[in-house]
Design a protein around this ligand. Structure first.
Ligand code: HEM
Length: 126
């Protein structure tokens, strides 16, 4: 059984979407990673991440239907992501998880999933 694939059912799609909204409220204001995102399409960026998380956590596969195979590493190549950017992304997501109260018994799985993907997105050695 894939514990990640159960998370949408356990946490609920609405809470996952609120978590991503809370995350982007922080990203927009962030001095380090905020400037990497398309300033004219914050709504689109929020929807893509939320759809991806919902799909990856076992919910409706809207992301796959609209964006196809995630190819996340390739899609992050245009953005310089080193250790500092990875750590900031994680810190803002941890704050968003706290804000919407992701249940304590699921947060270790959610956390390690994000940490693993964030490390994989690193495309600069710094
Ligand atoms: C390590 C730090 C990270 C940085 C600086 C970063 C930055 C970005 C940026 C600038 C975009 C383009 C926004 C857009 O969609 O228009 C993006 C897209 C995206 N990111 Fe990240 N990201 C990071 C980590 C992650 C992680 C950990 C995940 C998933 C758990 C993720 C999932 C996505 C997804 C699904 C998209 C949209 C891909 C698409 O369909 O085009 N990112 N990211």
């Amino acid at each position: 059984m894939d514990p990640i694939g159960q998370l949408c059912e356990t946490i609920g799609e609405a809470k996952l979407r609120s978590m991503v909204a809370a995350f982007y409220r922080r990203v927009r204001e962030d001095d380090l990673i905020g400037r990497l995102y398309p300033p004219e399409d914050w709504e689109g960026a929020e929807k893509r991440l939320a759809d991806f998380i919902v799909y990856r956590f076992g919910g409706p596969p809207v992301y796959l239907q609209e964006r196809g195979h995630p190819m996340l590493r390739a899609r992050h190549m245009p953005f310089p992501i080193g250790g500092a950017e990875r750590d900031r992304w994680m810190a803002l997501m941890m704050q968003a998880m706290d804000e919407v109260e992701i249940p304590a018994d699921t947060s270790p799985v959610v956390n390690s999933f994000f940490a693993q993907v964030a490390e994989a997105m690193r495309n600069r050695s710094s």
